[in-house]
Design a protein. Structure first.
Length: 153
């Protein structure tokens, strides 16, 4: 599982000229699942997703009054916009066109993404939004910082 976390002042997802999700201050997550994730037993995948969700919810990436990273998305009661992103598994070592052979099959990846979002929704955050799996999405965001982290699980 790969996750790109971006601290944002706002973010939205548009599909077919309609905004389907939007948040204000919080985190925008691009989430991809790979074939190696399929090799994990279901309990192991559950644990991996739970670990990632808890890390994201509690990661101190928001500044206090002195500019020190002291607050989590839970602390500031920010929003989370989770977007499925299989292209995180694109391979570019050979040729000029990326291949996605290491990405998890769509049905399995969709199940993992839904499980991830379900665990996020168990948090005390009031705003959890998602992109649409398999859709041609346009992402709009105002990165705060910019602040971006790449997380691998």
């Amino acid at each position: 599982m790969k996750i790109i976390l971006q601290r944002v002042k706002m973010s939205s997802v548009t599909v077919e000229n309609t905004i389907i999700a939007e948040i204000e201050k919080g985190l925008m997550l691009l989430i991809g699942f790979g074939k190696e994730d399929e090799m994990d037993t279901q309990n192991s995948m559950d644990e991996k997703i739970e670990k990632a969700v808890q890390k994201i919810l509690n990661l101190r990436v928001f500044s206090n009054e002195l500019g020190k990273l002291d607050y989590s998305v839970l602390d500031i009661q920010g929003g989370i916009l989770a977007v499925p992103q299989f292209t995180l598994y694109g391979q570019t070592q050979k040729g000029r066109r990326p291949d996605f052979v290491t990405a998890m099959a769509p049905e399995a990846a969709n199940n993992c993404f839904n499980q991830f979002v379900s665990k996020l929704r168990l948090s005390k955050l009031s705003r959890i939004e998602t992109g649409k799996f398999g859709a041609d999405m346009q992402i709009n965001l105002l990165n705060d910082g910019p602040f971006t982290l790449a997380l691998d699980y």
